[in-house]
Design a protein around this ligand. Structure first.
Ligand SMILES: Nc1nc2c(c(=O)[nH]1)N[C@H]1C(S)=C(S)[C@@H](COP(=O)(O)OP(=O)(O)OC[C@H]3O[C@@H](n4cnc5c(N)ncnc54)[C@H](O)[C@@H]3O)O[C@H]1N2
Ligand code: MOO
Length: 388
C-alpha cells in the first residue's frame, strides 16, 4: 500500500495534457483556456457617459445652459459643445468634444431647451475615460477555467473563437454479475449500478466527456470484450472487481491486455483497492466497487487527473481547514475521508461511515480528512475538509 500523495504522483505522471481545439465563444464556458488571449480593441473605445443627464463644459449650482443636441449609446453627438451649451446625454453615449462633466438629470431643472443646475450636485464628472476598462493587447492568461465572467470579458475583447484544451474522453466500465441499469428490473440477488452514474456526472462537471460502456460480467471473456470497446478513450475507469476476491478480475484481465501497472492499493479509507497504470494509448484507473469508495476516489483522484489532462496545475483536491462540531475518535493507519456536514457549530462527522452507504454520502457536503494514526480530537479542533 502506498500513501495517497504517492498515488497522486503516479497519476499525475500518467495523465497527459491533451491537445488544443478552437471553439466558438459561447461554447467556451466551463472549458480550460489553453493559450493567453489578447484584447483586440480598447474598452470603452471612447470616453463614455456613466449616467443619464446633460454634458456641459463646467458645472456649479445655479449655472444655466442651452440644450443644443443629444448623444445616445450608439449615436454620438457630431459637434462640439461650448460654454453655456449642453448636450442631452445618456448612459453609454460617447462624450462630445468640449464636455468636461455630465450632470445627472436629477440635478437639473429643464424648461424647454434651457436647463439650470440645482444645488444637489453630486461628486465626480460621470465620465468613463477612454480605455479605462482595458486596452488592446491586455491578456487573459492561460491555463484558466473559463466562467461566465470570463466569457463576458472575452466577448468585450471582440474574441469570437477560443483555444481550449480538448475534453478528456473517459470510458466508464462497471463490473459485476449483480449489477443492472437504473430503471431495469433487478433479480433477487441484484442491485442497481449507482456509482457509475454518480461518476458519470462528476466527470461531466469536471469538463470531461464520459462514455458509459455496457456492464462487464464477472468473467474474463466479458471483461476483455468490454475493454475492447474503449476506442479512443484517454482514460479508462473501471468500477469494482478491484479487490482480492475470486471474482475480482479487473487487474488480471487488464494486465493480460497490456496494462503497465503503476500501483495497486492505497493507504486510505475508503478506496484501498485503487489501481492505476497505462493501457496502450490510454491511462487506466481501477476504482473499488463500494459506492462510497468509488465516489470518494472520484473526488480525490479522478478530479485531479481530469484537471491535469485539461492543462490545469497538477494538484490534489483543494482543502480548507475548519473546526469540528463534536469530538471524534482516533484514526487507524489509513488516511480516512469521512463523510461530514458543515453546521453552524462546525464540521459534524457522521457516525455511520460504512463505504456502502450512499444515503450518508448524499447527506454530506464535505469529506473530513484524517491523517493516518490521527489521535482522538475534541470539538473545536481543526480539521481539513474537501468540498463535495
Ligand atoms: N478480504 C478482503 N476483502 C475486501 C477487501 C480486502 O482488502 N480484503 N477490501 C474491501 C474494500 S476496502 C473494498 S472497497 C471492496 C472493493 O471491492 P471491489 O473493488 O472488488 O468491488 P466489488 O467486490 O466488485 O464490489 C464491492 C461492492 O460494491 C458494489 N458495486 C460494485 N460496482 C458497483 C456499481 N457500479 N454501483 C453500485 N454498486 C457497485 C458491489 O455490489 C459490492 O457490494 O472490497 C472489500 N473486500
Ligand atoms: O475502499 Mo473500501 O471501502 O476502503 O471499504
Amino acid at each position: 500500500m502506498i500513501p495517497v500523495s504517492e498515488a497522486l504522483d503516479h497519476l499525475f505522471a500518467l495523465a497527459r495534457p491533451l491537445e488544443v481545439e478552437d471553439v466558438p465563444l459561447r461554447e467556451a464556458g466551463g472549458r480550460v483556456l489553453a493559450r493567453p488571449l489578447a484584447a483586440l480593441r480598447d474598452q470603452p473605445p471612447f470616453a463614455a457617459s456613466a449616467m443619464d443627464g446633460y454634458g456641459v463644459t463646467e458645472a456649479a449650482p445655479g449655472l444655466a445652459f442651452r440644450v443644443i443636441g443629444e448623444a445616445a449609446a450608439g449615436r454620438a453627438f457630431p459637434g462640439r459643445v461650448g460654454p453655456g451649451e449642453a448636450v442631452r446625454i445618456f448612459t453609454g453615449a460617447p462624450v462630445p468634444e468640449g464636455v468636461k462633466t455630465v450632470v445627472i438629470q436629477e440635478d437639473v431643472d429643464r424648461d424647454g431647451d434651457r436647463i439650470t443646475i440645482t444645488d444637489r450636485l453630486g461628486d465626480g464628472d460621470n465620465i468613463r475615460p477612454y480605455g479605462n476598462d482595458f486596452r488592446a493587447g491586455m491578456t487573459v492568461e492561460a491555463p484558466r477555467l473559463l466562467g461566465p465572467q470570463d466569457i463576458a470579458l472575452l466577448a468585450a475583447m471582440n474574441i469570437d473563437r477560443v483555444p481550449v484544451t480538448r475534453r478528456p474522453r473517459v470510458a466508464l466500465i462497471s463490473t459485476g454479475d449483480e449489477l443492472v441499469m437504473p430503471g431495469e428490473t433487478p433479480g433477487p440477488d441484484q442491485i442497481i449500478a449507482s456509482n457509475t452514474f454518480g461518476l458519470y456526472v462528476l466527470l461531466q462537471q469536471l469538463g470531461a466527456e464520459p462514455r458509459l460502456l455496457p456492464i462487464a460480467r464477472d468473467n474474463e471473456a466479458s471483461l476483455r470484450t468490454i475493454f475492447g470497446m474503449v476506442g479512443d478513450a484517454d482514460l479508462v475507469v473501471t468500477i469494482g472487481g478491484a479487490s482480492v476476491g475470486d471474482h475480482d478480475l479487473v487487474a488480471r484481465v487488464a494486465e493480460g491486455m497490456g496494462l503497465e501497472r503503476a500501483f495497486h492499493k492505497v493507504a486510505m479509507r475508503p478506496g484501498k483497492p485503487l489501481m492505476s497504470g497505462r493501457l496502450a494509448e490510454a491511462m487506466m484507473v481501477g476504482l473499488p466497487g463500494n459506492p462510497v469508495s468509488a465516489m470518494v476516489c472520484g473526488h480525490v483522484f479522478l478530479a485531479p487527473v481530469i484537471r491535469t489532462m485539461l492543462g490545469l496545475a497538477a494538484a490534489p483536491a483543494a482543502r480548507e481547514t475548519l473546526r469540528l462540531a463534536a469530538a471524534i475518535g482516533a484514526n487507524g493507519p489509513r488516511e480516512h475521508y469521512m463523510r461530514a456536514r458543515i453546521t453552524s457549530e462546525g464540521v459534524a462527522v457522521f457516525d455511520r461511515q460504512d463505504s456502502a452507504l450512499l444515503s450518508v454520502l448524499g447527506a454530506a457536503d464535505v469529506l473530513a480528512v484524517r491523517p493516518p494514526n490521527d489521535p482522538a480530537r475534541q470539538a473545536g479542533a481543526e480539521i481539513d475538509v474537501i468540498r463535495l
